[in-house]
Ligand binder design. Structure first.
Ligand code: ADP
Ligand code: MG
Length: 649
């Protein structure tokens, strides 16, 4: 017998809260176990055997008393140090095997080495050789569900040996097995003892206990007998033949395994994973497509505006739009237009007047808008000519009775199919010859229900209205002049000419800026709503992950028993949540792109414009949601008590 025990218990007490008081499961146990011993702990059910095993294996801490491992006080150790002891020195074998159902035999055996950071190749090789040594070389890829009880127990023995397993702790290893499988397992344990492993075995069957060198009997939390039979076997301590993975490499290896495990867990519950993602999918799809719709419509409006000419200023009578007296202001006259045209910063000027009149051709009559405009009007507005020609400066000077009609008017008046160009129509009381047909595209929009007739403003003023003033002047500013400077110059000139500011200047650039900022505000508003929906989605994810942690408590317990640190468990669940959210985000983006495709195919008049930044933002958002809402469940998982987690089935 060695004088220095491997495991040393002094007055170890373990109490459980029970009702108002406490239940004492271990009553001041004193016990020494030396390296290389094979010990059987025997006792009736409920006598405290498992409690003692859990304390010995550092799954549980004593309420009071001292437990030393190789001379080291366990009370002083952090939970990660205890995890290291479990991982590197102890090997657990449970009555119910506690294998993870989603992993193959090989995967289960490998697990302890993942947490100690050994390389994949090394792990696989050692796990396969251990399984082969236990007669399972043809079952490496089988799931626990496809193995018999005896085979599962052999897998769990291989797992206990994976990191060396200097001390094997077997809690009723044969309890769930038939007698021949039980004999095999005992045979293996004896061989391990022969190889130098310290084996501690719990059983309630005396025949099994007889196979150990030392039998400790326990009753109601107290050791009532401690018998040694024969010699204490080969007491050489096994030194772990495996090298430890270095820090960084080990970290990435564990990260990779955590990804792998997360994918496994997700594919094991596909429907639930999908439902978890649904909130994220809908949230991300709506954010991305709403932003794309906003961009698309904004682009459309802006391009309509630029079709009006981006560098035009319109001058209207009246101090402001909606000025009640503007109809009575008669000071905007063709001479103003001429004065403006003479300015160096002006490219071209088009005065305009408008009225409405009944237009007749043969026996067809229609009410139409009559626009009296200058010859440059069509160029300033970018109007598209369908047929014939525009009128020229000469027609304007000569008060020519010519008209350019839009295609709506052509369709309304020429129901008999006559060619409009060259025909004379009666506008109000004035006969006019049609010289051209243009596309109806006022203000950049097709106005399906209005008929518009364009005529020289001189003609409309003198023959149709009998007035000397204009209803507006549109100035096209020269390309190299800044709009605000031009606007100021126009205002100054007009104020000087009129003596008072009885007009207003309308800058298309301003409209563009207004629309841009309005749609930015809208996008912001919608993004805020979408963000709320994403948060709701995130809460959904958190909810399901919390349930999932509860459901997988025993899995977490097993992982902790084989030496997973709290950080490993935290990482695993966090990665799982982030992956769920990222995948949801990716599906959401695809959904939005699909919507955009349908939208384009349906020819709604404008396309959705997807920006890279909104897609990147969606990915970042879903990752953040995963991290934020995955943290609580993951922390709950990591904080589970290993013994309690294991006990839950
Ligand atoms: P054995 O393994 O010998 O059958 P255990 O060590 O599992 O016995 O349990 C010893 C006693 O401690 C039992 O009476 C049991 O009811 C009690 N016990 C075990 N675990 C807990 C717990 N988590 N909370 C309260 N009582 C417990
Ligand atoms: Mg028990």
């Amino acid at each position: 017998m060695q004088d220095k025990p491997l495991l040393e218990l002094r007055k170890v007490r373990r109490e459980y809260p029970s009702g108002d008081g406490v239940f004492v499961a271990l009553k001041d146990i004193d016990l020494d176990i030396h390296a290389g011993e094979m010990v059987a702990i025997i006792g009736a059910s409920g006598s405290g055997k498992s409690t003692l095993m859990n304390v010995l294996g550092c799954l549980d801490r004593p309420t009071s008393g001292i437990y030393r491992i190789g001379g080291r006080q366990t009370a002083e150790l952090e939970s990660d140090d205890l995890a290291e002891l479990r991982r590197e020195h102890f090997g657990f074998i449970f009555q119910r095997y506690h294998l993870l159902g989603d992993l193959s035999a090989l995967g289960n055996v490998e697990m302890p080495a993942i947490y100690s950071g050994r390389s994949r190749a090394e792990r696989k090789e050692r796990a396969a050789s251990l399984l082969a040594r236990l007669g399972l070389d043809d079952k490496l890829e089988n799931r626990p569900g496809q193995l018999s009880g005896g085979q599962q127990q052999r897998v769990s023995i291989a797992r206990a040996l994976m990191n060396g397993g200097r001390v094997i702790l077997a809690d009723e290893p044969t309890g769930a097995l038939d007698s021949s499988s039980g004999r095999e397992v005992m045979q293996i344990l004896r061989e391990l003892h022969g190889d130098g492993h310290t084996v501690i075995l719990v059983t309630h069957e005396p025949t099994i206990a007889e196979q150990a060198d030392r039998i400790i009997e326990i009753s109601d939390g107290e050791i009532i007998s401690d018998r040694h039979k024969g010699s204490a076997g080969g007491a050489r301590a096994l030194s772990s033949s495996l090298k430890r993975g270095n820090g960084l490499f080990g970290f990435f290896g564990r990260l990779q395994e955590a990804f792998h495990m997360a994918l496994l867990a997700m594919s094991a519950h596909r429907l639930r994973t999908f439902l978890t993602m649904l909130g994220i999918i809908i949230g991300i799809a709506s954010v991305v497509s709403v932003v794309a719709l906003g961009n698309g419509s904004q682009q459309q409006i802006l391009s309509n505006i630029s079709s009006l000419g981006t560098n035009t200023l319109s001058i209207y009578p009246g101090r402001s739009q909606g000025d009640l007296r503007s109809a009575r202001v008669q000071t905007l006259v063709p001479a103003d237009a001429a004065a403006l045209a003479a300015q160096s910063f002006v490219d071209s000027v088009t005065p305009s007047v408008s009225t409405s009149a009944t237009t007749r051709y043969l026996n067809v009559a229609a009410s139409s808008e009559v626009q009296g405009v200058g010859e440059d009007y069509f160029r300033v507005r970018g109007t598209r000519l369908l047929q014939g020609s525009f009128f020229d400066a000469e027609s304007v000077q000569n008060y020519a009775q010519v008209a350019v009609i839009d295609d709506n008017s052509a369709a309304a008046l020429f129901v008999n199919g006559d060619n409009p160009v060259g025909t004379v129509i009666i506008v109000g009381t004035v006969p006019m010859r049609i010289i051209g047909v243009v596309e109806n595209n006022l203000l950049g929009y097709r106005q399906s229900n209005s008929l518009t007739i364009f005529s020289p403003y001189t003609t409309v003023m003198s023959r149709l209205l009998g007035q000397h003033y204009l209803s507006s002047i549109t100035v096209r500013v020269a390309d190299d002049v800044a709009m605000d400077v031009a606007e100021q110059a126009v205002t100054n000139l007009m104020t000087m000419r009129h003596g008072v500011a009885d007009f207003s200047v309308f800058n298309t650039d301003n409209i563009r800026q207004t629309i841009t900022s309005t749609s930015q505000t809208m996008t912001l508003l919608i993004a805020a709503i979408a963000l709320i929906s994403l948060i709701v989605g995130g809460i959904g994810v958190m909810n399901i992950m919390l349930v999932s942690v509860t459901e997988r408590t025993s899995e977490i317990g097993v992982r902790m028993a084989v030496g997973a640190r709290q950080g490993d468990i935290l990482q695993q669940f966090l990665i799982e949540t982030v992956l769920v959210c990222l995948l949801g985000g990716a599906i959401g983006i695809l959904l939005a792109l699909g919507l955009g495709y349908i939208f384009e195919a349906a020819e709604m008049g404008f396309a959705m414009i997807f920006s890279t930044s909104s897609i990147v933002a969606a990915f970042v958002c879903s990752t953040l949601i995963g991290v934020i809402f995955g943290f609580l469940p993951a922390r709950n998982a990591a904080r589970l008590d290993p013994v309690e987690a294991l006990a839950r089935d």
